[in-house]
Design a protein around this ligand. Structure first.
Ligand code: F6R
Length: 609
């Protein structure tokens, strides 16, 4: 949700900002801009559109070199996408970029209007720029001015600020939105995401909530409200630039789908010790898990869909009741939390505002909170009582694929662990399960890639559809919900997922001659029942694609097209089926000429409620 990046040092800042913004484009891509320190002035260039549009403008205008600049790529919240609403926002004193939302901007704007301030944009960010400006004029000290402004602003923010009369200095502060500090050979950096800085350095510091950073070409400091310094905690990353590049794939999404076998293994295998799941390295003791009498899984979007698989796996293997809640609803549903409640917050980015708010609510009410998080050092990872990191590496495509895969992987481990602790599976059964997971799941996903040509043919039959249904039972329903979301978000075809047996309670009225239906059956358990539901659809004219486990018996004329999953092993079919659905969504979107990695209206990390 908006990407921001800043550099000050001995090199030209402009190409660095453009490069960083290009990497950050997945966080938002409706408008873009930068502000640079130039001879005691701040020069700003911004426009509607993407980073390439800014790059063209910079060239056309022969934008001069500068040693200090900040940049922003936007996902619009207050004020539509336009040149004027693009960041940076400037006053007579400063330029500012902002990621987040200022909730009380209306009252603040009214007060500033009364004082005669003239606003040019419709954004809440411009209001913040003026609040800080007023404080700076009164206090003449940027650090004091920023800290006292923060007392007036409510909401979430990460700001980077250039003051006209402080050349070569960037001030930045965060509350609820991430900021990462970095040092390189040629200066100091600050960005909303580590990936933006990987081309320049491998040493980072996650700025803590509420902290203020002062970056100059010689130093990167964290300054407390009383003016004293806080020692930054520097960490090296082994993440490479290639991890944030396409490496020959036409789209990040396809690259990331192909990274799933490895990401699965990296997430699961280090946590299997002596053949059994072991979370001691994650700070999750067996005693804590033993206490869990009920579990809430709380997340948004695909992460919540991974949670639906988690519910199925935990209830099936460990027999502990699990409730899956949409994070934005959680706090308002009066959840029944006590000290025997384990709350699992699932988030690829670790920054999703609703998930973070739900986590805080759970903690306040006494739950033990555990994150399943991909981004190291992110807000949820830092605030949860414990975190199981998923090791998918940076996920750049807006539509998650490998991020979802490793979340399901984490749930497989958690379910196995809980069933060992609760004794619902014997130690030997858990051992077998763990070795099967490591051996079979990556192989099953890998072998699904060999169905890609078949899937391309399937996509040709689907891409002109206007509506589509996914059906399945049990875990296949949970998979269908995610398959449907993938298709919707990148191909813009309307689709819905239904529990296969539920369709006849109303929605079947939408099935007419030629309506495409994708039915999923990954195991024998509910196969015959699903086949009956398919028949209900096909007898009303539906065009059915049946994704089924490899040696399923195939009743005649049940489906128009059958996609048999690779024959690998139990528990492996679910992620094979998901891979097939990801590839279907991908190929359909390719045929429709969609912007696969940057679907309209979306952003990768949703840091507003
Ligand atoms: C869909 C997608 C989103 C995210 C959701 C939560 O492809 O990526 O639905 O799953 O916004 O994001 P995280 O996992 O970062 O909390």
């Amino acid at each position: 949700m908006c990407g921001i990046v800043g550099f000050t040092g001995s090199a030209n800042a402009v190409p660095k900002i453009v490069k960083g913004l290009k990497v950050l484009e997945y966080r938002g891509y409706d408008s873009v801009g930068l502000a640079a320190q130039l001879n005691g002035e701040i020069k700003t260039l911004k426009c509607k559109g993407r980073v390439d549009a800014l790059r063209d403008k910079l060239e056309q205008e022969h934008f001069p070199a500068t040693d200090c600049a900040i940049g922003h790529t936007r996902w619009a919240t207050h004020g539509g996408p336009s040149d004027i609403n693009a960041h940076p926002h400037s006053t007579d004193t400063l330029a500012l970029v902002h990621n987040g939302i200022i909730e009380n901007y209306r009252e603040l704007k009214a007060q500033l209007l009364e004082k005669g301030v003239k606003f040019v944009s419709e954004t809440d960010s411009e209001v913040a720029a003026w609040v800080i400006t007023e404080e700076y004029k009164a206090q003449k000290d940027p650090i004091k001015a920023i800290y006292s402004s923060l007392k007036k602003l409510s909401g979430s923010y990460a700001f980077e600020i250039l003051f006209k009369d402080r050349p070569g200095e960037i001030f930045a502060v965060r509350q609820g939105s991430p900021l990462i500090l970095a040092t390189g050979v040629d200066g100091g950096y600050i960005a909303s995401d580590m990936t933006a800085l990987l081309p320049f350095t491998d040493t980072f510091c996650f700025l803590r909530e509420g902290a203020l950073a002062h970056v100059t070409k010689d130093s990167v400091q964290i300054v407390k409200e009383d003016g004293t310094l806080e020692e930054p905690v520097w960490q090296k990353t082994d993440m490479t630039v290639e991890a944030a590049e396409k490496c020959g794939y036409p789209h990040f999404m396809l690259k990331e789908i192909h990274e799933q076998p490895n990401a699965f293994l990296k997430t699961v295998s280090p946590r299997i010790k002596n053949g059994l799941p072991d979370f001691s390295g994650d700070g999750v003791s067996d005693d804590l898990l033993r206490r869990a009498k009920k579990i809430y899984i709380v997340a948004c979007g695909s992460a919540m869909h991974a949670g639906l698989c988690g519910k199925y796996l935990i209830e099936h293997w460990a027999k502990i009741p699990v409730t899956v809640e949409i994070a934005s609803e959680f706090r308002y549903n009066d959840p029944l939390i006590d000290s025997d409640t384990l709350m699992i917050i699932v988030s690829q980015s670790g920054e999703t505002a609703d998930s973070l708010a739900a986590l805080r609510y759970g903690k306040e009410h006494g739950a033990f909170t555990m994150g399943i998080i991909n981004v190291v050092g992110s807000s949820i990872a830092r605030e949860a009582d414990a975190t199981l990191y998923t090791y998918a590496g940076p996920e750049i495509a807006v539509a998650t694929t490998k991020g979802y895969c490793v979340q399901v992987a984490a749930f497989m481990l958690i379910a196995a662990k809980l069933s060992a602790l609760c004794g619902t599976l014997s130690e030997n059964e858990v051992r077998t399960l763990c070795s099967e997971l490591c051996r079979d799941v990556p192989k099953a996903i890998e072998e699904t890639f060999s169905l890609h040509d078949e899937i391309k043919e399937i996509a040709k039959k689907l891409y002109q559809s206007e509506n589509l249904f996914y059906i399945g039972r049990g875990i296949d329903y949970a998979l269908g919900v995610e398959g449907s979301l993938k298709l919707k978000e990148i191909s813009y075809i309307h689709s819905e997922a239904y529990a296969a047996g539920e369709l006849k309670h109303g929605t079947i009225s939408l099935i007419t001659e030629g309506t495409p239906v994708i039915a999923v059956a990954t195991s024998a358990r509910l196969y015959d029942k699903t086949v009956s539901n398919i028949r209900e659809c096909s007898s009303r004219g539906a065009n059915v694609l049946f994704i089924c486990y490899n040696d399923a018996h195939q009743p005649e004329n049940v489906a128009d097209t059958v996609l048999r999953l690779p024959k690998v092993g139990r528990h492996a079919e679910m992620l094979a089926a998901m891979t097939a659905m990801q590839l279907i969504a991908y190929e359909v979107a390719v045929l429709r000429g969609c912007d696969i990695d940057r679907p309209r209206n979306l952003a990768k990390s949703v840091t507003v409620e």
